[in-house]
Design a binder for this molecule. Structure first.
Ligand code: GDP
Length: 427
């Protein structure tokens, strides 16, 4: 039985917390896309963690964690994360790194950095983690798989080919130093030893686990708006952020996915460049206040520390996000954050060229969209940590009812705080 936890929006919806919570009843947690360019914040008995590459099941002894073939594996970052868990006293995780995953190379990070430099003011707001060059290389068929590390002749051959291309690019386009193949080859052999204990056949493992009806959680990174096909092109990430991609990037058979839990925040937040369309954005003092009160420590990127842009809940974007995710239910997080407001605007339509629509437009029109708000009354009561849904103030429940109706997807889980059990199940 496979469940996917994915984002309905721009990322940072609180998937880490939901995965950490649902992992309790799971046997296996799988990361199936993305790399170390975004983080999940998890707060539990060991402390506060920002996981970037490790699946969120690493805090449970009974869970096998899988880094699937769809992930961009940066071994340096992974090693740092494993060390940070050790330092905090977390028992060594059960981890399988797919031998078919590809390696995020130091030259991907350089390329990402050089390209952002070149673009200057027109930059995409990349985290410079090498993600776009990594996935470009995968599709250009010059990526290097984890299994190649254990076949040195093949590794050398593929590395020489990839580096020869990078060196032309680095010299002629960016006017930067070239990459030394020998030094990189030696570095990779060292990195290989860090991951050697974990490398395995994740494909067979997951298919057998499906046959044995084990509980598998697919953990998505970022959100629907960042999907390179169906998202806000080109302000997307470079791997598919949709649950469907779990069937390739984990992988699990498409017929095995029974539940798709789409996580959405009770307001909007987005990390990325200022040029990204973000229709329901709240600017000025009101925005500063929402940002300060948001999440568990204000809305600042888990990986980058960058202030996130914040906005009111956007039902147009979220209904679309739930649709393309194939959501069977929504987990609404951070409801507690809104408790300070007298009134809460919700973006329920986009005005484009004088017409109001509830359909999420193509990126070329999204830029022109102006928000149409419906204003709901606030509840002005601290609800942090409330676990009994019925005990929530009537206006808080009415807010959830309203959003549910607009996004046309049932909301089953409401999160009322950043900690694992600060959850109210909706009857
Ligand atoms: P992810 O990438 O989707 O896992 O999201 P992040 O971890 O980057 O961002 C979510 C932020 O919201 C983190 O700071 C969480 O600790 C916090 N968070 C999650 N759920 C809740 C909630 O219900 N209430 C509050 N106040 N914070 C929450």
């Amino acid at each position: 039985m496979v469940k996917a936890i994915v984002g309905a929006n721009w990322g940072d919806e609180g998937k880490g917390k939901m995965t950490d919570l649902l992992a309790e009843q799971s046997d296996i947690v799988v990361r199936f896309q993305g790399g170390a360019n975004a983080g999940h914040t998890i707060i539990n008995e060991y402390g506060r963690f920002a996981l970037h590459t490790l699946p969120s099941g690493v805090f449970y002894k009974h869970i096998t964690n899988v880094i699937g073939n769809g992930v961009a594996l940066d071994i340096h970052k992974l090693a740092e994360e494993i060390t940070s868990l050790e330092t905090a006293g977390v028992p060594a995780p059960n981890l399988i790194i797919s031998e078919r995953a590809q390696l995020l190379m130091p030259y991907h990070i350089l390329q990402d950095t050089y390209e952002e430099e070149r673009l200057g003011g027109h930059a995409f707001g990349s985290t410079k983690s090498g993600i776009a060059p990594f996935y470009s290389d995968k599709y250009a068929k010059i990526g290097i798989q984890v299994c190649d590390l254990f076949h040195e002749d093949r590794l050398r051959e593929h590395l020489e080919h990839a580096v020869s291309i990078k060196n032309i690019l680095f010299q002629t386009m960016y006017h930067k130093p070239t990459v030394d193949v020998e030094a990189l080859f030696a570095e990779l052999l060292q990195l290989r030893e860090i991951i050697r204990p974990y490398v395995g056949d994740a494909v067979t493992f997951l298919h057998e686990a499906c046959q044995a009806n084990r509980a598998i959680l697919l953990e998505g990174q970022l959100g629907a708006m960042k999907d390179p096909d169906l998202g806000i092109v080109p302000m997307t990430t470079s791997s598919h952020t949709l649950a469907a991609f779990g069937c390739v990037g984990a992988p699990v058979p498409p017929t095995s996915v029974e539940e798709i839990i789409c996580v959405s925040k009770a307001y909007s937040s987005c990390v990325g460049s200022q040029t990204e369309p973000f229709v329901s954005e709240v600017l000025g003092e009101a925005g500063d206040e929402l940002r300060r009160r948001g999440g568990d420590k204000g809305e600042f990127g888990a990986t980058t520390g960058r202030p996130r842009r914040v906005g009111w809940f956007d039902t147009v974007a979220t209904r679309y996000g739930c649709m393309i995710q194939g959501a069977t239910q929504v987990a609404l997080t951070c409801l507690d954050v809104l408790s300070y407001l007298d009134e809460i605007p919700v973006c329920t339509g986009y005005e484009i060229q004088g017409q109001v629509t509830k359909q999420f437009p193509v990126p070329a029109l999204l830029e022109q969209a102006k928000p149409v708000f419906t204003v709901l009354p606030g509840w002005k009561t601290d609800i942090r940590g409330v676990t009994d849904y019925q005990a929530l103030p009537a206006n808080a429940k009415a807010y959830v009812d309203f959003i549910e109706k607009e996004i046309e997807t049932p909301i089953h889980i409401v999160s009322t705080g950043p900690k694992r059990h600060e959850i109210a199940m909706r009857p």
